[in-house]
Design a protein around this ligand. Structure first.
Ligand code: SF4
Length: 352
């Protein structure tokens, strides 16, 4: 049994402008100690998915199944969910300043996180806070435990947030863009820290990011989201070297120094669609250079990409057209050109 199994998750928000379909039929699993990267642009549904796992989407209409250790989180009441949050599943957010209260000492906030779930004396919680600050690399932790958040640098605040998230030895840590607000050097240090801690503690990790580059040597598996849907999933190596979906290829070609080796950085054209008025057929079709007739009217299911047991792609292009090289690009273009005026089968095999 997987530690976390998400099946056909759907999240919608009803607004004055219409229904926002933020997450649509999203499924994935993660085992203990594994790292799953969820990659996509803002508005792709990745953060909404994470918040839903923690029961933090008030006002949303949620459907599907989220099994954590075999128990459905979506069926839990608020009190039961509070017991899971922090204790079993913890989250690190992008901006530590908005998560750390500016008026309280860093150590006190970690102590409170412990005391909310554990019946231990404050002195013991304080000793644990010092230990955690040491674990995440805060120098002189016994002294800095009494600092206020503004006395920490941005990188130290993020380390403190990670310490707080790990305070109760969660089995699953969700890190939502944990390094986006940091400069490149500190970013690398925080990613190193997450990698080291995960190795030492055996915590399962879901890392959410818009940047495929930062998960290049961190993730076991990767899912790519676009406009609320998973458009491609694979193990990290397959996804980087043999991507299938044109959106994934575009993301890879926009990563500086990536394996896609585009001569110049190639941004993905256009903005993701409104989640209130989604395009017909494939959601990516208004921006896809390989669009074919069937893409406009028929939403592709997740299809197994040939050669990859766990490699799926929601795209009508033939399953063997993987990679980012120029030859594959030419073959995709030729195939798409030949199928632009007539509807034909793709030859792909549906994932069972
Ligand atoms: Fe492009 Fe069609 Fe594939 Fe969508 S289904 S990504 S429009 S080729």
């Amino acid at each position: 049994m997987s530690l976390l199994e998400v099946r056909d998750l759907e999240v919608a928000f009803h607004t004055a402008d219409g229904t926002v379909r933020a997450v649509d039929r999203v499924s994935f699993t993660i085992d203990g100690g594994q790292t799953l990267a969820v990659v996509g642009e803002s508005g792709s549904g990745k953060s909404v998915t994470a918040l839903t796992l923690l029961g933090l989407n008030r006002g949303a209409e949620v459907a599907g199944t989220v099994l954590f250790d075999g128990v459905d989180l979506l069926a839990m009441d608020d009190e039961a969910m509070r017991a899971v949050r922090g204790n079993q599943i913890a989250m690190v957010f992008q901006d530590p300043l908005s998560s750390l209260h500016p008026l309280y000492r860093v150590g006190w906030q970690i102590e409170e996180a412990i005391l909310a779930h554990r019946d231990v004396p404050r002195q013991q919680a304080r000793a644990r806070a010092v230990e955690l600050l040491d674990l995440v690399g805060i120098p002189e932790p016994a002294r800095r435990v009494d600092d206020y958040p503004h006395q920490f640098s941005g990188g130290m605040r993020q380390r403190a947030m990670i310490a707080m998230a790990l305070a109760l030895d969660p089995r699953l840590l969700i890190a939502d863009e944990p390094t986006t607000a940091l400069d490149a050097t500190v970013q690398a240090q925080i990613l190193d820290l997450i990698r080291r801690l995960q190795g030492e503690l055996g915590t399962a990790l879901i890392i959410i990011t818009h940047d495929l580059g930062i998960v290049a040597d961190l993730a076991d598996d990767v899912i790519v989201m676009y406009a609320g849907r998973v458009v491609e999933r694979a193990d990290r190596r397959t996804l980087y070297y043999h991507p299938h979906h044109p959106y994934t290829v575009g993301l890879l070609r926009s990563v500086p120094g990536s394996v896609a080796r585009a001569a110049r950085l190639q941004p993905i054209p256009g903005q993701p669609p409104s989640l209130i008025r989604l395009p017909s057929g494939c959601r990516f079709h208004p921006h896809c250079e390989f669009v074919m007739d069937r893409c406009v009217d028929h939403d592709p299911p997740e299809l197994r990409v040939l050669g990859g047991l766990h490699h799926g792609s929601a795209c009508w292009l033939p399953g063997e057209m993987v990679g980012t090289d120029d030859d594959t690009h030419r073959r995709r273009s030729a195939y798409a050109g030949a199928h632009r005026q007539t509807l034909v089968g793709s030859g792909s095999t549906a994932v069972p």
